[in-house]
Design a protein around this ligand. Structure first.
Ligand SMILES: Cc1cc2nc3c(=O)[nH]c(=O)nc-3n(C[C@H](O)[C@H](O)[C@H](O)COP(=O)(O)O)c2cc1C
Length: 261
């Protein structure tokens, strides 16, 4: 699947093998990283509106909410795949005719639209026999791309912790947890902080997977290890450009099998 440039407000410029992301305007964020390398620490963020959910742009838009799939399955024994994925599609998106922005964040499988990390989570769960937990927030996001990234920026700048929409399952039954997420503003999406701070992952073996538009893992491995100080976060993680997600299945399967599953 062809996935093109990122956002109209953001430019990813390839320079000597390094992708750089920059936000036009206030210069609030810039980030550069090699495809799979650890991201340098992002520049300090400017505090902005602390509660974007109350703005007209953030008015509830039910069709913007990704399909709910938060009930853990029962197939797995001791592995959980927990992931956040926010494809920029709506209930009316046509899987045969996605816009560029929709295509950037989604993969179509047998006519079904999946977010990039949802796509990867499903493959990992299939290969490991894991249960899955989709991390969802009660918060509504704008359906338009510009509104979404603006709200995400506000949440990140404010250190926001959106509410989880679903109760985290009993994690005592799992030894290994795969955690997946997109990169937002060269950071973890705020809902990931909510999850990581509430989940009791002490003693677990953690493997990370993420997709991005050019920022690599943006230092999120180190950040997650810092939050999950009592867990073991592997250095062997799956980091993939959104441009390659649709063609990543074999690499993903090889990675999972290489971990011993
Ligand atoms: C609000 C927002 C901010 C983003 N910021 C970045 C970024 O800073 N760097 C980057 O490489 N990609 C960024 N992206 C692109 C996503 O990481 C990428 O599209 C990802 O594959 C989406 O995965 P998902 O469909 O599972 O949500 C951003 C996307 C959104 C929606």
């Amino acid at each position: 699947m062809s996935k093109k440039t990122f956002l109209s407000r953001r430019r990813f410029v390839k320079t000597t093998g390094v992708f750089c992301a920059s936000l036009a305007g206030a210069g609030a964020l810039s980030a550069c990283a090699s495809e799979a390398a650890v991201e340098p620490a992002p520049e300090p963020k400017t505090q902005t509106d602390p509660e974007p959910a109350s703005s007209p742009e953030a008015a509830p838009e039910p069709e913007a909410t990704p399909e709910t799939d938060s009930e853990p399955t029962t197939a797995g024994e001791s592995v959980l795949v927990a992931y956040f994925s926010y494809p920029e599609t709506t209930a009316s998106s046509d899987p045969n005719n996605l816009t560029e922005e929709e295509e950037n964040s989604a993969v179509v499988v047998d006519g079904q639209i999946k977010g990039n990390n949802e796509f990867m989570a499903d493959i990992i769960a299939r290969e490991t026999g894991a249960d899955t937990f989709r991390i969802l927030t009660t918060r509504s996001y704008p359906t338009d791309h510009e509104g979404l990234i603006a709200q995400a920026q506000d949440e990140i700048n404010a250190g926001d912790r959106p509410d989880l929409a679903e109760t985290i399952p009993d994690l005592s039954q799992y030894d290994t947890v795969f955690i997946g997420y997109p990169i937002w503003w060269a950071e973890l999406p705020p809902i990931m902080h909510s999850f990581l701070e509430q989940a009791d992952l002490a003693g677990k073996q953690i493997y990370l997977f993420n997709s991005h538009g050019g920022s690599g893992n943006a230092g999120t491995k180190e950040e997650i290890q810092s939050i999950l100080s009592d867990a073991t976060v592997s250095d062997d993680n799956f980091v993939v450009s959104r441009d390659s997600v649709a063609n990543s299945e074999q690499d993903l399967v090889d990675w999972v099998h290489g971990l011993g599953f």
